[in-house]
Design a protein around this ligand. Structure first.
Ligand code: SF4
Ligand code: SF4
Length: 263
């Protein structure tokens, strides 16, 4: 999927009507990134969308939803996944390198030509990825014209959440950020799902904060308080969003403490 596909999808979802320019931050093919050093448990460096090099202040508008891998999506997910380059997204999602589906592979060799570390080799007219050489840049995923290179999704829910938290930390490290969480029309799955869904719990309001951890914790607490149970946690029982918020506090992304001021 390239920037043009992303923009078309955004237009189809009605974003053009809002009158805000749609910019895909990691280039036409998703290969443009900047490296931010963080030296944390999972990553020593994060690969963020290159557009961030020109941005020193972010206003992060997020829609609170459930999420099948991270339990919920809001400010932290918008930062960590939303601001990652294609390579950064792949490194968060995967424990291993991508795989080539040999039934779909035509042997055109485009992936091997574009691999920056020569991790793809030809064998009997098909191409294969050498796991020990692959750096997970996802270049091969984006260049294959036959969609033969597929990402091997990790099922390590907690690890994915912690990696996402580290990316969020990388984004905020050098930038001032302000967060707005729309806790309205809350859906079971995240907004990237390509189907229309309806809200499944009542609207809670719009939250504002300068702290991504506080605002996400407050949003999730509001769900529990208004619904009388942990509606998002129960939909995705394999996930543990509280652990990821605690990890976010541990690495200095923000604080679990907050004070709600109604206006
Ligand atoms: S670009 Fe796709 S079709 Fe071409 S060799 Fe690589 S995997 Fe096969
Ligand atoms: S992910 Fe990057 S490094 Fe790995 S095989 Fe594909 S192009 Fe090469």
């Amino acid at each position: 999927m390239h920037a043009v596909d992303h923009i078309n999808l955004a237009v189809n979802h009605g974003f053009a009507q809002v009158g805000i320019p749609i910019i895909i931050g990691d280039g036409i093919k998703g290969n443009d990134y900047i490296e931010e050093k963080i030296n944390k448990k999972h990553f020593s460096s994060c690969y963020l969308a290159s557009v961030l090099k020109d941005i020193d202040c972010l206003i992060v508008l997020s829609h609170l939803t459930g999420h099948m891998l991270t339990g919920f999506g809001a400010a932290i997910k918008n930062l960590g996944m939303g601001c990652a380059s294609r390579r950064g997204k792949l490194l968060q999602h995967c424990l291993v390198s991508p795989e080539i589906n040999k039934d779909k592979c035509t042997g055109c060799g485009l992936c091997a030509e574009n691999c920056p570390v020569d991790a793809i080799e030809a064998r009997a007219g098909k191409y294969f990825i050498l796991e020990d050489k692959c750096i997970g840049c996802a270049q091969c995923v984006s260049v294959c014209p036959y969609k033969a290179v597929k990402i091997v999704w990790s099922q390590e829910y907690d690890m994915l959440s912690e990696k996402m938290v580290e990316y969020a930390y990388a984004v905020t490290k050098e930038r001032k950020c302000f967060f707005v969480n729309f806790c309205l029309y809350i859906t079971k799955e995240c907004d990237c799902m390509n189907k229309e869904r309806s809200g499944f719990i009542s609207d809670l309001g719009v939250l504002f904060s300068a702290d991504p951890v506080s605002i996400d914790k407050a949003s999730l607490d509001l769900v529990i308080e208004r619904q009388g149970y942990d509606a998002l946690g129960q939909i995705h029982p394999k996930t543990n969003y509280l652990a990821s918020l605690q990890y976010a506090q541990t690495i200095g992304l923000g604080s679990l403490e907050y004070k709600l001021v109604e206006i």
